[in-house]
Design a protein around this ligand. Structure first.
Ligand code: NAG
Ligand code: NAG
Ligand code: NAG
Ligand code: NAG
Ligand code: NAG
Ligand code: NAG
Ligand code: NAG
Ligand code: NAG
Ligand code: NAG
Ligand code: NAG
Ligand code: NAG
Ligand code: NAG
Length: 850
């Protein structure tokens, strides 16, 4: 997820590090620091090359200045460099990218200024290497497969090794607690895509460390997307003053910058005199000329895909701005119209904001302030003072010397909780709706249910009194301190009401389903009992959005489809209500069971009455678009049980008209000839669940084809495959959205749980008795119909041990099945009319006629 969604609703509402030591090493204590990620291939030459060879010590000299490092699959951590020898002056430019092609791009596949991601905003960084030894980047890189090192200077340098100190759990993807294997290797690799994606996107508490170093000198801030104060969200017409000391290059700050995404605001950058002793030779002086102030608006000062940024003006400072020297920087916002900056009392400019073009609208002047900087810059900030421009009354003051206080206020604190993000590289936020696939993938692969629980706890800490959760919670803000600012839109001028009611409110439904999936995998009823009132509150809020006239949800926005009277949000809610009722049953809240079951029955009946289009054999996209339909609606109307068997098969047949490129386009309203039409593995993943559940030969053939064309596309290109599932594909089957695309996105990894559930055929039984696989079902109908000769799958249960099924077709007419299950569980084997209850043992053998 990310800006595509945001754009959709917006249209509705209108390092510098002196090499040599490990001194910048983050103090941490976990198993992750014991392993390294090392490249599997290295190439040296005059340009990046994807034809890498053996890993070895390598030398860069001016005639061979480039090294390309291939990590083979997606990895994340702190880049480290072990230099065995060097000669002369050595500066190196290092790039990080998910796709190989990024290495040929000026900014690689970055920058990522969308949010504070507790990682390096930039995908390019420069090092001045002065002595042999090991050095490490201060910032972690959130996700990459490829890396390049370019020698910028006439000297030479030899690396004994280069790699990453992990910032993610180090696991062997071939030996996870949850497993799947069959005699189709492509399916085996497809299963791993989601497992890999959740492995890199789900992070342990405290492993993404603070971004600023704060002590009595002030806050030492390396170039990054600004950290923004949670105290200034609703300020306007204010003056911001602070003491600034450039440590290297320059420093950046923002004003009138909202906290909650989309968070773009007024960008400012002070560039120092760039003295030859400290200037990196690759400093882009056309972008950041010496002794200047840059004025920008947007996410950054350069464009990144559709994260629009405007470099509005560059003002020359009429005196040299020295490094390691304190200056008082004053930024004055007056009357919603003027912006002036002075340095130590000398006004550099006073600009009329309406004179700048930012794509049509006016530059908003409300919002908070914060500090960061451009690539390779660093500076120290202290004594921040904010006062009313007109009457000088103090609004805020902070010496910036209290580490714990500053880190929390500016959202640059280490991750408070274990959290699953949208992706390791980009949109490093807890996207509520996208957890849907994540929690199910974790349940059948890494089994790191603790990380899902952490994510749910984090969401709970932000819940509003109405019951709503944030659509994309940040991991570095303290929820009890930043709650007001985020809940009220973070200062963006756009909203008069609680923002979560307006932005992606359908994510509340998918978030609720993530909770129910967590419970159904973990059987964590203690967690349910502790937090139950909060989930009921949320469920009841959604119920309250049912429109008395139509009997269908009328939301104020939706990612999945039409917000008002739309079939997908309503069917998804039927599914959630039934699952919440199962949880209520598990803790004996009988009133809630009745209430939610009845609500589900009524809502499903209304959907069938008002949205079933019998002429087309589909559920209408919405009341307002009766002849349109979507893949997500097909998915949720089937998986929720709203559709009967006849409806399911006719809708599935109709969806074939949406086939486009490697998969299905989202709906009949998506324009197939628009080159920006992206194929979403997220929505196709919802759809695949409904398709596979049919268990017919036709469904098996269509599923196999979709798996091969859509998910198979993520495996074929040596330069783009990361071993993880992707965010979007274009119609040619290449990554969608260009280099910006996340090539490691759990929302694209549905096959991981679907192959386990429907191809190996290993499922939890329906209802509360199936929680934690206490009761299970083995039904390999679809896998056999796909023509597979054998398959096996393993999942962790909540009942001391794993549950494993292995089957194979012997002499073409018999299925040989073995099931190993914890003694405290029982289940049933079902296939094509054959049914056998399996109980009382730990190992079952069956021979079933096919
Ligand atoms: C690191 O963790 C281990 C095991 O939890 C503990 O025994 C050790 O004291 C910790 N070390 C530090 C420096 O905190
Ligand atoms: C594909 O990638 C592997 C390493 O990931 C590398 O060894 C090989 O040379 C590459 N092949 C091609 C054709 O680029
Ligand atoms: C990359 O940077 C160089 C040097 O600043 C510039 O000439 C070139 O146009 C840039 N390329 C792109 C695609 O912006
Ligand atoms: C404060 O932090 C900065 C940046 O880490 C460091 O260079 C400086 O030595 C520290 N000062 C004190 C007094 O600890
Ligand atoms: C330098 O900055 C300009 C914008 O002023 C940008 O177009 C160009 O790509 C940058 N070059 C490099 C090498 O980053
Ligand atoms: C970013 O793109 C917009 C729209 O094309 C353009 O107006 C703006 O000048 C660009 N910004 C930069 C910094 O190049
Ligand atoms: C800021 O100034 C503008 C123009 O005078 C005014 O409309 C607005 O109300 C002011 N905002 C605050 C919070 O004073
Ligand atoms: C900037 O100019 C405007 C219009 O002349 C004026 O009202 C405002 O006070 C000026 N700001 C500063 C800080 O001088
Ligand atoms: C200063 O102006 C602000 C905004 O108009 C107002 O809220 C505040 O009460 C004023 N303070 C004084 C001391 O006049
Ligand atoms: C958040 O801040 C509050 C108030 O300062 C504090 O009590 C709480 O412990 C902080 N939360 C965390 C998780 O550190
Ligand atoms: C309820 O539905 C009716 C009929 O479509 C519509 O006119 C009305 O605006 C809806 N109410 C809300 C609160 O959305
Ligand atoms: C399925 O639903 C359709 C539409 O409501 C209805 O016409 C049909 O009779 C139902 N079929 C079964 C088997 O219930």
């Amino acid at each position: 997820m990310g800006f595509l969604i945001l754009q959709a609703w917006l249209t509705v509402f209108a390092s510098c590090l002196s090499a040599t030591s490990w001194s910048n090493f983050h103090p941490r204590n976990n198993s992750q620091s014991q392993t390294k990620f090392l490249p599997i291939g290295i190439a040296t030459g005059q340009a990046p090359s994807s034809s890498t060879g053996k890993v070895r010590s390598f030398e860069l000299v001016p005639s061979t200045p480039f090294a390309t490092l291939d990590y083979g699959t997606e990895v994340a951590g702190y880049p480290f460099f072990e230099v065995s020898s060097m000669r002369g002056k050595v500066q190196i430019e290092v790039k990080y990218g998910e796709a190989f092609q990024a290495l040929s791009n000026n900014f690689s596949d970055g920058p990522y200024p969308f949010a504070i991601g507790l990682s390096n905003t930039y995908r390019v960084e420069t090092f001045d290497v002065t002595t042999p030894g090991i050095f490490e980047s201060f910032f972690l890189q959130g996700g990459q497969r490829w890396q390049s090192i370019r020698l910028l200077t006439p000297g030479s340098i030899t690396f004994a090794s280069v790699g990453l100190r992990p910032s993610i759990p180090v696991v062997d993807i071939d030996n996870l607690p949850g497993q799947f294997e069959c005699d189709n290797n492509k399916l085996n690799d497809i299963w791993k895509l989601g497992a890999k994606a959740v492995n890199v996107a789900c992070l342990e508490q405290g492993t993404q460390p603070e971004l600023w170093q704060v002590n009595q000198t002030g806050a030492f801030i390396r170039g990054m997307r600004s950290g923004v104060s949670d105290q200034g969200a609703f300020l306007e017409n204010y003056t911001l003053e602070f003491d600034a000391r450039i440590e290297r290059g320059g420093l950046g700050w923002v004003v009138a910058h909202p906290l909650a995404s989309p968070a773009s605001g007024i960008q400012l950058n002070l560039v120092g005199e760039l003295p030859p002793e400290t200037r990196f030779v690759n400093t882009n002086t056309s972008l950041t000329p010496p002794n200047s102030i840059l004025l920008g608006y947007g996410y950054s000062i350069v464009n990144q895909t559709t994260l629009n940024s405007y470099l509005l003006d560059t003002f020359q400072i009429p005196f040299p701005v020295q490094e390691k020297t304190w200056y008082r920087v004053t930024t004055v916002l007056t009357g919603g119209e003027y912006l002036a900056v002075s340095i130590s009392g000398i006004q550099i400019f006073n600009a009329t904001l309406s004179s700048f073009y930012i794509g049509g609208s006016a530059i908003p002047t409300r919002g908070s302030f914060g500090f960061g900087g451009w690539q390779d810059q660093s500076g120290t900030v202290k004594n921040v003072l904010v006062y009313d421009t007109l009457n000088s009354s103090t609004l805020y003051s902070n010496p910036m010397t209290d580490k714990a206080q500053v880190l929390a206020e500016y959202g640059v604190h280490q991750n408070y909780e274990s959290v699953c993000l949208d992706g390791p590289k980009r949109d490093r936020l807890i996207w509520l709706g996208d957890l849907y696939h994540t929690s199910r993938i974790v349940g059948t692969s890494t089994s790191r249910l603790d990380l899902i629980k952490g994510t749910l706890n984090s969401l709970l800490s932000w819940q509003t009194p109405d019951g709503l959760f944030p659509y994309d919670a940040a991991m570095g803000y303290n929820s009890s301190l930043a709650y007001q600012a985020f809940t009220n839109g973070g200062g963006g001028a756009r909203f008069g009401i609680e923002v979560y009611k307006v932005v992606l409110p359908d994510y509340q439904i998918l978030g609720l389903l993530s909770f129910t999936d967590y419970v159904s995998t973990s059987n964590d009823l203690d967690f349910v009992r502790e937090t139950w009132p909060h989930w009921k509150l949320q469920t009841n809020w959604i119920l309250d959005q049912i429109n008395a006239t139509t009997g269908l949800l009328s939301l104020l926005g939706a990612f999945l489809g039409p917000a008002s009277g739309g079939s997908v949000v309503n069917c998804a809610f039927v599914q959630a209500l039934n699952m919440v009722a199962d949880i209520a049953a598990a803790i004996d809240d009988t009133d809630a069971v009745t209430k939610y079951q009845n609500a589900a029955i009524t809502l499903a009946a209304t959907i069938n009455k008002s949205l079933w289009n019998s002429k087309l054999g589909v559920y209408s996209l919405s009341l307002a678009s009766p002849d349109d339909y979507s893949v997500s609606s097909c998915a949720f109307c089937i998986t929720s049980g709203t559709a009967n068997a006849t409806q399911a098969s006719s809708f599935l047949a109709a969806i074939q008209s949406l086939k486009l490129g490697p998969g299905y386009k989202d709906s009949t309203q998506a324009n197939s000839s628009d080159p920006s039409t992206n194929i979403s593995p997220n929505t196709n993943g919802f759809f695949l669940a409904a398709l596979m559940a049919q268990g017919t030969a036709a469904a098996a053939a269509t599923s196999l084809e979709l798996l091969q064309t859509l998910w198979g596309a993520m495996l074929v290109d040596n330069e783009t495959k990361t071993g993880a599932s992707w965010e979007y594909l274009n119609v040619a089957g290449a990554p969608g959205l260009g280099l910006y695309t996340s090539l490691s996105h759990p929302w694209g990894g549905a096959p991981t749980y679907l192959l386990t559930e429907w191809v190996a055929g290993l499922q939890a039984a329906a209802g509360a008795k199936g929680f934690g696989y206490g009761s299970w079902v083995v039904n390999p109908t679809l896998g056999v119909a796909m023509g597979l000769g054998k398959a096996r799958a393993t999942v962790m249960t909540a009942f001391s041990g794993s549950l494993e099924v292995a089957w194979s077709v012997v002499n073409a007419s018999t299925l040989q099945v073995q099931i190993n299950a914890p003694a405290r569980t029982s289940g049933v084997f079902e296939m094509a009319g054959f049914k056998k209850v399996l109980t009382g043992g730990t190992e079952y053998h069956l021979l079933v006629p096919v």
